[in-house]
Write a protein that binds this ligand. Sequence first.
Ligand SMILES: Nc1ncnc2c1ncn2[C@@H]1O[C@H](COP(=O)(O)OP(=O)(O)OP(=O)(O)O)[C@@H](O)[C@H]1O
Ligand SMILES: [Mg+2]
Length: 318
Amino acid sequence: MNGDAVVQVEGLHKRYGGGGPEAVAGVDFAIQRREIFGLLGPNGAGKTTTIGAITTRIRPSAGRVLVDGIDVASDPVAAKLRIAVVPQLSNLDRSLTALENLTFHAAYFGARRRERRERAREMLQLLGLGGRESERVNNYSGGMAQRLMIARALMHDPHVLILDEPTTGLDPQSRLFLWDKMLELRERGTTLMLTTHDMVEADRLCDRIAIIDHGKVIALDTPRGLRRLLPAEQGLQLTVERAADPAAVFAELAERVETESDGEGRWTVRLYGDGDRPDLAGEVVEAIRRSDAELVDLRRIEGSLEDVFVHLTGRELR
Ligand SMILES: Nc1ncnc2c1ncn2[C@@H]1O[C@H](COP(=O)(O)OP(=O)(O)OP(=O)(O)O)[C@@H](O)[C@H]1O
Ligand SMILES: [Mg+2]
């Protein structure tokens, strides 16, 4: 079945000590080779716990995780060679230089001295830290430290890179830079998994997304597939001028017509169809041509990933 799955999470449960509900209550998913897989969910949904089970930091109450077919609980050493994780909070050694942070990490993984330095220089270059390798991490800004953690994670050439909220707190430049890097890594053959509360980021980067809530996967699809879960997907928004009665012009075409005037002769009209008209846009243009109105703008109304997220998980604070 999951022939090309790099990570398989099967029937995962985790109940922390001290009673309480399960933090992870039966999670299954498979991450395919060379995809960027997003794990989204409200605070406390169980994302970090799930990541912990994959990286062997957390022992599941039930279920198992396979990485490249290796059960991470029975062979954690082999599993760890294949996975790298960038935690949400920095765990760099701030008293060391950037280069040292990377070479020490590689030494832990058994790389030879010369190899370590070469690889470290290459990774620092890749993450845009080429000129700053001999500086202590203490002098690094938050954004630079974040990039350094990714450089460090890549030192042992993992098959799977797991990033826990990689762009939280970064400026737009760093965020865009990291987006490019993640896409570049996927091109080079790395499989990525990330958690984020940034819906634009998830939409832009992820090939598939699992939304989890209360320890369970409640949806898993491509960003586009997830948007189809919204009730009002079949919408068009148009801006027209010189329309005497825009509601009447479009009444025939849609199930629901909403109109809004700017008080200066310009109308915004939203049409929600029933899915029976595959060329609604064409029909709208025709209807306008037959009337005296002038079309200024026409676009499809698409719910955002945030709309989907709220639709599925509700508005209640966790
Ligand atoms: N070490 C722990 N001991 C006890 N309970 C824990 C522990 N770690 C997490 N939990 C609980 O498990 C549940 C899931 O937490 P988890 O950290 O996996 O959520 P999350 O989805 O990563 O949330 P966030 O978006 O806030 O990071 C929460 O109810 C949390 O309080
Ligand atoms: Mg978390």
